[in-house]
Ligand binder design. Structure first.
Ligand code: AMP
Ligand code: ZN
Length: 472
């Protein structure tokens, strides 16, 4: 088969033609969630764009095997091996055991993914399943002289590598930040600042809940080792493409490469795919901040999770994206119109094969251009306006939806554009009640009214001329 996908590779900092190790087959790895809390819609932006990558590869005809880990141990509050274990923090917050927390938030994560039409990876493996494999890899790294024991912990010795900072010059600057940021304490056991923990037997947190026997004593793994081990376990010694959010580049992916290539003795993964962050007005959305947007929250405000998927697809994965309700309102309205438009297509006549092939190629070309999803959506809109019969348009929409996963053929949820008089009177009375609630500073009530109307497809907009509303 012909390789057509051009993709930006963070390793070479260039757009490159994607050529897998084995013709027609792709081994793809995704860093999974740390399951100490709900995923926020920022995390899910990364998973939506990775889902788009996987589905694009499948659409182009590759046989994809995708693997994802679940981080249920070892990820400390700071990515640089200090601070409290995130899982333990979650357990304390909810007065539960770490494993209860892990189970609950793993399930919640896949429920959110389901609502966003994110396909479940072929293999999902929790870190706590693979302790034996971690111990084996660490043993080999010690034998080969890439690791050392100090103060009860096992560390990776980054000075053994000629090029530890494989991704960019920027990483060295990031390294300097270690020890400067308030929340990052330097670990005196480390020979070099950038060394990292492979196995803890001693940490500041004696009450670490999950511990395992190892040749170095009772302890638990560092965070990075899991992705190297789980990747090699399920995809073999050569990986085609590895994904994550940009914050994973350093130190996580840098350390994964250091461990894996030292262990294997050869290059490990050829392409590195990184999704830029979703920000809100206050900056990067972050799980550890505690106060964040989830899919359930969007739903409780009446939004369709797939409108959020469309929101993400409208912009390129390599650009930061700013979230606002106003933008989501606009996308919601566009999404409903799009589904209605497609729902109105009458499947009459034969599919015009030449036209079908031509538009399919245009759609693929957009995706092959470094996953240009907004261009792919433009192709969809143009296709709907083009001169061909409805059957062909429907067949194309169905085909594009294998990648876009927007339930394009599910029809428009609540039909007509027109608003009947009864509904109008109701909306106006609720708007008045909302204004009264705001006046009384009862913002919870005001929000509840807004959400209730949103659920009915009525969106409110506070403008200088007063409250405007529309049915979407
Ligand atoms: P975590 O559960 O914290 O391990 O993160 C899960 C995934 O979400 C990782 O691939 C992160 O790089 C990614 N991520 C974290 N924050 C954001 C954000 N604000 N926008 C997009 N992706 C993010
Ligand atoms: Zn990872």
């Amino acid at each position: 088969m012909e390789n057509r996908l051009k993709i930006y590779n963070s390793l070479t900092r260039k757009e490159e033609l994607f050529v897998p190790n084995e013709e027609g087959k792709v081994g793809m790895y995704t860093c999974g969630p740390t399951v100490y809390h709900y995923a926020h819609i920022g995390n899910l932006r990364s998973y939506i764009m990775e889902d788009l990558l996987e589905k694009t590869l499948r659409y182009l005809g590759y046989d994809v095997r995708r693997v994802m880990n679940i981080t249920d141990v070892g990820h400390l509050s700071s990515d640089a091996d200090t601070g409290e274990d995130k899982m333990l923090k979650g357990a304390k917050r909810e007065h539960k055991t770490v494993m209860e927390i892990a189970r609950f938030y793993t399930q919640a994560f896949f429920e959110d993914c389901g609502k966003l039409n994110i396909k479940r990876p072929d293999v999902v493996e929790p870190a706590t399943n693979c302790i034996r494999e971690f111990i084996h890899m660490i043993t080999v790294l010690l034998e080969k002289g890439y690791a050392y024991e100090m103060g009860g912990n096992i560390y990776f010795d980054t000075s053994r590598l000629e090029n530890y900072h494989v991704f960019s010059g920027q990483d060295s600057d990031m390294e300097l930040l270690v020890g400067v940021r308030d929340d990052v304490e330097e670990d005196a056991n480390k020979k070099n600042k950038s060394d990292f923990v492979l196995w803890f037997t001693k940490s500041k947190f004696e009450d670490q809940e999950l511990k395992w026997e190892s040749p170095w004593g009772l302890g638990y793994p560092g965070w990075h080792i899991e992705c190297s081990c789980i990747g090699i376990k399920h995809l073999g010694e050569y990986m085609d493409i590895h994904c994550g959010g940009v914050d994973n580049i350093f130190p996580h992916h840098t350390n994964e490469i250091a461990q894996s290539e030292s262990y294997l003795g050869h290059k490990w993964c050829n392409y590195w795919f990184h999704v830029h962050h979703l920000n809100d007005k206050a900056g990067k959305m972050s799980k550890s901040k505690g106060d964040f947007l989830t899919v359930s929250l969007l739903e409780s405000k009446g939004y369709d999770p797939l409108a959020y998927r469309l929101f993400c697809l409208q912009s390129h994965y390599r650009k930061p994206l700013e979230f606002s309700y106003e933008n989501l309102d606009n996308v919601t309205s566009a999404y409903r119109k799009l589904r209605r438009r497609i729902g109105e297509l009458t499947p009459e006549g034969e599919v015009e094969q030449e036209k079908f092939a031509d538009w399919k190629k245009r759609f693929e070309d957009a995706l092959c251009d470094d996953l240009n999803s907004s261009m792919a959506l433009t192709v969809l809109y143009e296709m709907l306006k083009a001169d061909m019969n409805d059957s062909t348009k429907r067949a194309l929409a169905e085909s594009f939806d294998q990648v876009l996963s927007l339930d394009l053929l599910a029809g428009e949820a609540d039909g007509a554009d027109t608003v009947d008089g009864e509904l109008e009177a109701y909306v106006l009375s609720r708007i008045e009640e909302r204004a009264a609630a705001k006046k009384n500073r009862d913002f919870a009530m005001a929000d509840a009214i807004r959400s209730e109307l949103a659920e009915k497809g009525i969106l409110l907009e506070d403008t200088r001329e007063g409250v405007k509303w529309k049915k979407v």
